[in-house]
Design a protein around this ligand. Structure first.
Ligand SMILES: Nc1nc2c(c(=O)[nH]1)N[C@H]1C(S)=C(S)[C@@H](COP(=O)(O)OP(=O)(O)OC[C@H]3O[C@@H](n4cnc5c(=O)[nH]c(N)nc54)[C@H](O)[C@@H]3O)O[C@H]1N2
Ligand SMILES: Nc1nc2c(c(=O)[nH]1)N[C@H]1C(S)=C(S)[C@@H](COP(=O)(O)OP(=O)(O)OC[C@H]3O[C@@H](n4cnc5c(=O)[nH]c(N)nc54)[C@H](O)[C@@H]3O)O[C@H]1N2
Ligand code: SF4
Ligand SMILES: [Mo]
Length: 718
């Protein structure tokens, strides 16, 4: 062996000796793909590889975001110590200093204005344990009724619709494996190919088995490329379309009346309602043809098995709740639920969008989907928490409704964990005004975000490589993310931060946990007997069974993979068909000043407000700024050149984006992604009207105008 060979051999030995493997789950979407991040230490630097790991949901698949998610976790901008703002500038602080300040200001505000002057805002990236603890922190630690979370903007319409129709809200009523048995599939307002890419093979398999796929979307997408029928609907007309399909099912005798009579309530009322032509929107208005609607009804009605999936295209509307309910009518009318290859899926968005909406981050909710205004539910949780029922606060308001309360001084402090509201709320200016008026704001994040810039104290939290806990995936399967990496600098887990603050406030006894598993065991008890019952789920069981579906009521019982085989979760066991005599939910309409519809959403390479993916050099390189997708003929009309910057305005404000001509979008509609901040924040222009049934904003339809800009504007990496 010569010198060189020896050196090479030694180097390799060194490399192998210093390899570290972190087994984890992707921090981004609800697929929760399992993966290993392999860290190799070479003599000169660290090298990382990501490898997908087998699991029952995604079978080792990863998308480009999952492959590169380690980059933000190792990014130099990760917060490694607390920050305190002094004279408008953040200064490095110790935990003791930060916690002492939090105690002082929280007590001052509480003493002067009462406990309800505090507010808490959470997110669907938090683990179940942390989401649970955040709810407990608001109610027991601070004693405030004001807590809500970013899931309001995500799952609230589908969640409230499922709860009303089926009596329970688990995103998918079946496990994904059943999709291949569905002979007709409706994908309404979902772009799975870009948003849950590792989900796609299930539909490909269904297609191989002869399934007919119907996509409803105003744009041609990678998802609509799978479709046998694409209804390129005008934004906001899903409810009208679903009603039209329902009335064809009835006219063509394609309904399963026996199923409806046995297992649902409200058939006669719905039939009478749909018969009235006055309740229908014209085909011209929806901009789909009668032939297309008829074909959709025939295909779905005649298929032996079928499933419907909705996502934000249908749900993020000011009538999102009602629109979803009309799609659920289609399933019930045709009896396509509670049996193999039949069912509904509200495609959950965030990593823990499902679990995050079950255990008490919502203003009207206690753990296990218990209701905060139900006396028995309150008593049960008060007993688990060791407080008096009367000490539990009442119901607060939804996420965006907190903003005006901040502006008017009703809410004076905010604890923000795991969200970036300045970019993700509609009508961003309202958020700016609200945050500016706060007397005290604490943010826990991995990065100094645009929202965190308003904070008085910023606390460094841990990432998915460091923080252990359970997350409930798109299927309703509770998974365990076992994190093994050491925390960077002085960062602490969210659950520990909450416990530390509670201790300062004299509430330490209620938060004396030493591990995520201990919190989970309390969550199990708190959820016991509730709709989202996790009592039968333990860390060991999740390890052994590779995830456990809820509801799971006892350790010995099987979990529920397919729901509603015998009955629904309503009081009388029947599902509720829905009709709305007066559809009055206002949607923003175009006019001379704002002649185009704006719809917003996602692109493949970035995730939500981009705080994480913009810090991944590989993902950032794929898309370095925001763009508006516009039909070339529309662009010509407004003199908007491909590749140039344009100004997009609405009654709320303006934003600057680069113009991309695309024939894939309707001529009356433009599309802009939500991943960018600063001057490119699309929520500067989006309307803030909320769905009165669930608090969901109409992210998918605003009225806007576009014009070229004569002077080039520097867009920062935001
Ligand atoms: N790459 C990527 N993946 C993600 C995310 C991400 O940020 N980036 N976020 C995750 C999260 S939190 C979520 S909630 C999900 C969201 O997942 P999706 O809901 O699938 O994503 P969106 O792009 O918001 O919207 C879906 C589609 O709705 C269409 N649409 C717009 N208006 C209408 C309408 O009026 N009617 C109908 N029928 N369709 C309409 C859009 O053209 C778009 O193709 O994705 C998750 N996955
Ligand atoms: N116009 C428009 N707006 C939208 C949408 C749309 O389609 N159009 N979609 C809406 C939807 S569906 C969603 S889900 C929201 C999402 O909106 P946000 O909640 O604002 O989105 P994120 O970018 O996920 O923000 C999460 C923040 O939490 C941090 N974070 C990540 N993990 C953790 C953790 O474990 N602990 C803590 N403390 N922090 C963490 C990240 O660094 C990031 O700064 O946006 C909504 N806004
Ligand atoms: S973003 Fe979603 S689909 Fe992609 S790897 Fe992560 S969890 Fe899987
Ligand atoms: Mo979402």
């Amino acid at each position: 062996m010569n010198e060189n060979m020896l050196a090479g051999f030694r180097n390799r030995l060194e490399e192998v000796a210093s390899e570290k493997i972190y087994e984890t789950q992707c921090p981004f979407c609800s697929m929760q793909c399992k993966k290993k991040v392999i860290e190799e230490r070479t003599p000169s630097r660290y090298v990382y590889h990501t490898v997908g790991m087998d699991n029952p949901t995604t079978h080792g698949r990863l998308c480009v975001k999952g492959e590169n998610a380690y980059q933000h976790a190792f990014h130099s901008e990760r917060l490694k110590h607390p920050l305190i703002k002094e004279n408008g500038e953040f200064k490095k602080a110790t935990w003791e200093e930060a916690l002492t300040l939090i105690k002082k200001r929280t007590e001052e505000i509480g003493n002067e204005f009462g406990a309800n002057a505090h507010s808490v805002y959470g997110g669907g990236s938090l683990t179940n344990e942390e989401a649970y603890l955040l709810g407990k922190f608001a109610r027991v630690g601070l004693g405030t009724k004001y807590i809500d979370y970013n899931g309001r903007f995500c799952m609230s319409a589908a969640a409230s619709a499922s709860t009303k129709t089926f009596g329970i809200d688990r995103g998918l009523t079946n496990q994904l494996a059943e999709i291949e048995e569905a002979k007709c599939i409706i994908l309404a307002g979902t772009n799975i190919a870009e948003c849950q890419p590792t989900f796609v093979p299930y539909f490909e398999k269904a297609k191989e088995n002869g399934s007919f796929i119907i996509v409803i979307d105003p744009r041609e997408t990678e998802t609509s490329a799978m479709a046998d029928l694409h209804l390129k609907i005008k934004p906001g007309y899903d409810q009208a379309l679903a009603k039209r399909i329902a009335s064809y099912l009835i006219k063509e005798d394609l309904i399963d009346e026996e199923f409806c009579r046995e297992r649902t309530n409200g058939l006669d009322e719905l039939l009478a309602y749909l018969q009235e032509e006055a309740n229908h929107t014209s085909y011209e208005e929806m901009d789909v043809t009668e032939r297309e609607v008829l074909e959709a009804a025939h295909r779905f009605g005649r298929a032996q098995t079928g499933m419907i999936f909705t996502a934000r295209g249908v749900e993020q509307q000011t009538d999102g709740h009602e629109s979803v309910r009309h799609f659920l009518n289609l399933l019930l009318l045709t009896g396509k639920i509670g049996k193999d290859g039949c069912g509904y899926g509200a495609i959950t968005g965030q990593a823990n969008g499902q679990g995050g909406r079950e255990h008490g981050q919502k203003s009207d909710q206690l753990p296990g989907y218990r209701k905060i205004d139900n006396k028995a539910d309150r008593q049960y949780i008060a007993d688990v928490w060791g407080i008096r029922e009367s000490e539990l606060p009442d119901k607060g308001v939804s996420a965006h409704e907190m903003m005006p309360l901040m502006e008017t001084g009703k809410i004076r402090s905010l604890f923000l964990f795991g969200s970036n509201p300045l970019l993700s709320n509609p009508h961003a200016d309202r958020v700016r005004r609200g945050f500016s008026e706060l007397s005290f704001m604490v943010v826990a994040d991995m990065f100094l975000t645009e929202s965190a810039a308003y904070a008085d104290v910023v606390l460094p939290t841990t990432s998915y490589l460091e923080d252990e806990g359970t997350l409930t995936n798109v299927e309703g399967r509770v998974t365990l993310r076992e994190a093994s990496k050491r925390t960077p600098g002085k960062a602490r887990h969210d659950w520990r931060i909450l416990a530390d603050i509670a201790k300062q406030l004299g509430k330490g006894e209620f938060f004396s946990f030493s591990s995520a598993e201990e919190i989970f065991n309390e969550l199990r008890l708190a959820s016991k007997g509730g709709k989202a019952d996790y009592y039968g789920i333990t860390y060991d069981r999740i390890r052994e069974e590779h995830g456990v579906f809820w509801p799971c009521r006892a350790e010995g019982t099987a979990d529920e993979k397919q729901m509603f085989t015998e009955q629904f979760a309503t009081a009388d066991g029947k599902a509720e068909l829905f009709y709305n005599p007066a559809a009055t939910h206002e949607k923003e309409e175009t006019d001379d000043a704002y002649p185009l519809y704006l719809t917003t959403g996602r692109t493949m390479s970035h995730y939500l407000t981009g705080e994480q993916t913009r810090r991944s050099s590989r993902l950032f390189a794929r898309e370095i700024e925001s763009t508006v997708h516009i039909h070339p003929e529309t662009a010509e009309k407004y003199e908007l050149k491909h590749g140039e910057q344009v100004i997009l305005t609405s009654a709320r404000g303006e934003t600057i984006v680069r113009c991309t001509h695309s024939k894939k979008i309707r001529q009356d509609t433009v599309f802009v992604p939500m991943h960018w901040g600063g001057k490119q924040n699309i929520n500067n222009v989006v309307d803030g009207t909320l769905d009165p049934d669930c608090g969901m904003p109409g992210f998918k339809r605003s009225a806007v105008a576009l014009k070229p800009i004569t002077q080039k504007v520097a867009i920062s990496a935001n």
